[in-house]
Design a protein around this ligand. Sequence first.
Ligand SMILES: [Zn+2]
Length: 494
Amino acid sequence: MPLYTEQQLTIYNSITGKKEPFESLLEGYVGMYVCGPTVYSNVHLGNVRTFMSFDMIFRYLKHLGYKVRYVRNITDAGHLTDDADEGEDKIAKKARLEKIEPMEVVQQYTVDFHNILNKFNFLPPSIEPTATGHIIEQIELIKKIIVNGYAYEKNGSVYFDVVKFNKDHEYGKLSGRKLEDMIANTRALTSQSEKENPQDFALWKKAEPQHIMRWPSPWGDGFPGWHLECTAMSTKYLGEQFDIHGGGMDLKFPHHECEIAQNEAALGKEPVKYWMHANMLTLNGQKMAKSTGNSINPGEIFTGESKHLTKGFAPSVARFFILQTSYRSIMDFSNDALLASEKGFNRLMEALKIAKSLQTSNKSTFDVAAWKQSCYNAMNDDFNTPILIAHLFDGVKQIHLVKDGKVELTENDLKLLINTMNAFVFDVLGLENGDAFAKADDSKLNGTVELLIKLRKEARENKDFALSDKIRDELIELGIQLKDGREGTTFTVN
Ligand SMILES: [Zn+2]
């Protein structure tokens, strides 16, 4: 029996605003689509957090025994600098400024994106489709929407008719907006605009002669609107209806709202059963912004090369830190919080090591099965990782109590405790203990130097100054400086 039959997962559904029991459309299978990055710059830490949330969700669904098809796209065309269908394509603009091909921009930042995600131990999605690889599917969708009467062509561009759509469907149901309010709050269209209403959005944009990213279409050379690719690719790979659609909170409107409208207009069906949105990330309590200097790149966390950090952190420490906040809460990134997480992470890894050599008894004085279920309960409650981590630390506490002879565990219970800890720490949270080994090496070095300090002290007490000096001098050659003080001898490593 797969685990999901005994563990009832609940998911906070953004479209209903409620936690709901998770029932997949097809038993045993989950289709999940997450809006991926627009690859025109290095991936932002806020985006890393969003994708990490869905990586953890992907991992837990798999852990529960679902066969998951996880689709995360790469936006490599159509995302304009201005959400109101104006401005330049973000990738074309970067290509123009750097005097390179748009696909060189795409390649460079796709590679960067994958590198960073690999460092954080992300699982690759099942499919990673690109917008430019699905131009034909997007054109076909536009044709359907036109035939169904919800889009119109103007001078080589095609726009989605939001007002017409809203007469038969409900535009704004995901973001909780009413079209009448939106109309009342927007400025009238300028005379140059081709749109019939300000809320209408582009499905296809005519390419001006200087536009370098262009494809032929029934309406002339142009490029797809940003919202369309996700509808085309989610439908192609997950079907007209699928289980989970995720993304950052900032995508709820207009991007996801437009996706729903496109699906309903083209195919007559609401596409998604559970909408999930990851919250944003702040740095030192403030919104991250390059312009104010309150920003940090994911790569800088590893090297420590940032004015916001006192040192570099292992990727698993940063991952552990990020998952200590629920994906639906705003998370604040700071050096102090990272330092605290590093301590916690090391305690966790150390306990896992200690657990392997614990003595067992013929009875248990700690209820491991109940503790294990509390770990599942946390994750079943809309993937509540901070509560899960609190339970894992209860496991850490029990390991130390067993070591100190204050708690007893049978061999089976100890095995259950270790297996549960390993499953959640490594499979579900996706942490790696390679960093713990580095830390262990640190503690080995400390232990070794402490031993030499002790031997040197004994040599001096025996008036063997030749030996005590030899120890000191050879340590200096290795970059380790001993300092004798009133409290004893300390050392620094250069
Ligand atoms: Zn999308």
